[in-house]
Ligand binder design. Sequence first.
Ligand SMILES: NC(=O)c1ccc[n+]([C@@H]2O[C@H](COP(=O)([O-])OP(=O)(O)OC[C@H]3O[C@@H](n4cnc5c(N)ncnc54)[C@H](OP(=O)(O)O)[C@@H]3O)[C@@H](O)[C@H]2O)c1
Length: 180
Amino acid sequence: MPPKLELIAAACENMGIGINGDLPWRLKTEMAYFTYMTINTEHKNKRNVVLMGRRTWECIPKKYRPLKDRINMVLTSQSLDYGDDAITCKSIPHALDIISGMQNEVERIWVIGGSSLYKSAMESSYFGRLYLTRIKKKFECDTFFPSIPNDLVLIDDPTVPQGIQEEKGIKFVYEVYERR
Ligand SMILES: NC(=O)c1ccc[n+]([C@@H]2O[C@H](COP(=O)([O-])OP(=O)(O)OC[C@H]3O[C@@H](n4cnc5c(N)ncnc54)[C@H](OP(=O)(O)O)[C@@H]3O)[C@@H](O)[C@H]2O)c1
């Protein structure tokens, strides 16, 4: 069995996550949190997968692509070939199938967006956790986090920074959800 899906997202007060193929904000500490969470492994000989939709892949600036020290996987219905940079897959089950074949290499599977991928992952029986940064401000957005199913509940996770964080006068909180 592959590891459960762990979602990581940052959403503002109106649940926006993106605009014009970019993030609506620049928060260095939040980005560093994303990088740490998605790279860090307990076993030093394993790596984490970052699973994303094709548009999210394209939104990553070329100089940061593929996301370093992680196995990059991109969901697309097209026949795209990213060479050694990323593995393409046709669906979440297809991605899990591929990951099952490299289980000794993979510690965690991080679903890093966008909207439809978050939705399918939260509804999937493979859902494990949602790591959601709540940004306490409204931003103009054209892409939104889907509604969170009622059976997901907030849990305490001492591994994430606790309490209200602040950068450039913008407050945000790291939340973690599991299925009840
Ligand atoms: N704030 C955050 O945490 C966060 C995180 C991620 C992204 N974002 C932002 O969100 C925006 C991009 O997200 P998005 O929702 O527009 O796009 P997206 O989900 O990243 O990409 C959509 C594409 O992914 C492929 N796809 C998605 N689900 C699939 C499935 N089940 N099977 C096969 N292919 C699938 C399809 O590609 P094809 O068309 O090639 O078939 C689809 O057109 C950007 O603005 C980005 O900056 C924000």
